[in-house]
Unconditional design. Structure first.
Length: 249
């Protein structure tokens, strides 16, 4: 219970940049003494610092355009392996993200399939393939993540029978599942994750054991995890217990 609260407090501070102790007490329904002890424990990690009347995040988010270079070798290997899961006549969804975007390099060129996506990188990569039918969702372009976000009518996605959804996540946790931080992206992710026949998660080793603000799917809902390195014993045991296939590049 305490470990989860510490994680939630840390994430809350990072998402809000600066927060007061009173705000944290109200948010997490604990006393000021408890918050002070929790903050002292988190501060030792170096990710937040005490300021007058509260705390502040010391971790600057990495811009999306620079995140692709981090773990780039891993991301390419993951995407190559994930693309090998595409079969003739599949209707697949490809999520926006710095790992999923690499799939465009490895699309099979000798089979017909349909891509549903909100990722600009995937749109550009698929546009030149004559056998690919390309469907785009999202009504607002978000330059920071190179994705189209927001849908006027969530039921519009009901007409698509998605065989496989290739999903990205900012964090992957046994407790919190597949998480991200953007409310507009979250809406599309959650709907697709619920309706896809097969949910395929692409995540490099840095994503596991972390969580962010919003959970769009439980980890047990995943059918296949494609990653770069063997998972920790804890994640391996969870996957075995829930019949989740693990592929490593």
């Amino acid at each position: 219970m305490k470990a989860r609260r510490l994680q939630d407090i840390e994430e809350y501070v990072h998402s809000h940049k600066n927060v007061t102790l009173d705000e944290l007490c109200q948010k997490f329904d604990v006393s000021k003494n408890t918050i002070r002890r929790d903050i002292s424990q988190i501060v030792r990690k170096g990710s937040i610092e005490k300021v007058y009347g509260g705390v502040a995040s010391t971790t600057d988010p990495i811009p999306f355009e620079n995140r692709g270079s981090k773990h780039s070798f891993e991301k390419n290997g993951i995407s190559h392996l994930a693309a090998s899961c595409i079969e003739e006549n599949d209707l697949i969804f490809i999520d926006s993200g710095t790992t999923t975007c690499h799939m465009a390099k490895y699309f099979p060129t000798n089979i017909s399939f349909t891509i549903l996506t909100n990722s600009l990188d995937i749109i550009n990569g698929a546009a030149e393939l004559p056998l690919v039918n390309l469907l785009v969702i999202g009504n607002t372009f978000k330059q920071k993540t190179k994705s189209f976000v927001g849908i006027d009518e969530p039921r519009m996605l009901d007409k698509y029978n998605v065989n496989k959804a290739f999903m990205a996540a900012t964090g992957v946790s046994i407790t919190h599942g597949l998480t991200n931080s953007d409310l507009l992206e979250f809406e599309i992710k959650k709907i697709i994750a619920q309706k896809a026949e097969k949910l395929i998660l692409l995540a490099d080793s840095s994503k596991f054991g972390k969580s962010t603000l919003l959970t769009y799917a439980s980890l047990e809902d995943v059918d296949i995890i494609v990653s770069s390195n063997p998972l920790t014993n804890q994640f391996q045991a969870f996957c075995a217990a829930h019949n989740i296939e693990v592929k490593t590049s």
